[in-house]
Design a binder for this molecule. Structure first.
Ligand code: PRP
Ligand code: MN
Ligand code: MG
Length: 180
């Protein structure tokens, strides 16, 4: 897989440092509250487990799978719920864990959905924020890195479902996605 990578953006150790920092910020923010932490499948799995593992606090975990169907142009797209959480989040403090916020559509859909169910508060933690990709308004409360407008893979992020298990985040060589 390494041969398909043009350059490494964030090494394994840089990612681990960011996860530790975010874990501390989250613990400081929630104090003795017990949030429901929702991982957005599949991209967030590595990030979520690394951030929460050392955050010494009570929390509940759940997962949600949503998928974006993009139309013929980049500017059209909608989001559908594929797999729902099983936790009743009415009156609960919710923390959404994402690997990346790009157009913001996924996040906007999640926030609207969880708000409709009566969440007491909704916060967002993302490893990567790509402000240049934003199409709808969406903001992160706990952010690892702001990324340039490049196609990144690894540490949960995929191209055609592959590269998620790379231990670092890198930019894919353009020939990989132009040959397919
Ligand atoms: C990716 C990524 C975020 C979302 C961000 O997920 O993991 O969840 O897209 O993009 P957006 O801000 O433009 O909505 P994807 O839907 O590809 O599913 P995956 O996590 O299973 O790869
Ligand atoms: Mn995702
Ligand atoms: Mg994906």
């Amino acid at each position: 897989m390494d041969n398909d990578i043009l350059k490494v953006l964030y090494s394994k150790s840089e990612i681990q440092e960011a996860c530790e920092r975010l874990g501390k910020e989250i613990k400081d923010f929630y104090g003795d509250k017990v949030p429901v932490v929702i991982g957005v499948l599949k991209g967030s799995i590595f990030f979520m487990t690394d951030v929460i593992r050392d955050a010494d606090m009570y929390m509940e975990l759940d997962f949600m799978d949503v998928s974006s169907y993009h139309g013929t142009t980049e500017s059209s797209g909608n989001v559908e719920l594929v797999t729902d959480i099983s936790t009743d989040i009415a009156g609960r403090d919710v923390l959404i864990m994402e690997d990346i916020v790009d157009t913001g559509r996924t996040l906007q859909f999640l926030i609207d959905t969880l708000n409709d169910r009566g969440a007491k508060s909704i916060k967002v933690c993302t490893l990567l924020d790509k402000p240049a990709g934003r199409v709808v308004e969406a903001k992160s409360d706990f952010t690892g890195f702001e990324v340039p407008n490049e196609f990144v893979v690894g540490y949960g992020l995929d191209y055609d479902e592959k590269y998620r298990n790379l231990p670092y985040i890198g930019v894919l060589k353009p020939e990989i996605y132009t040959n397919n």
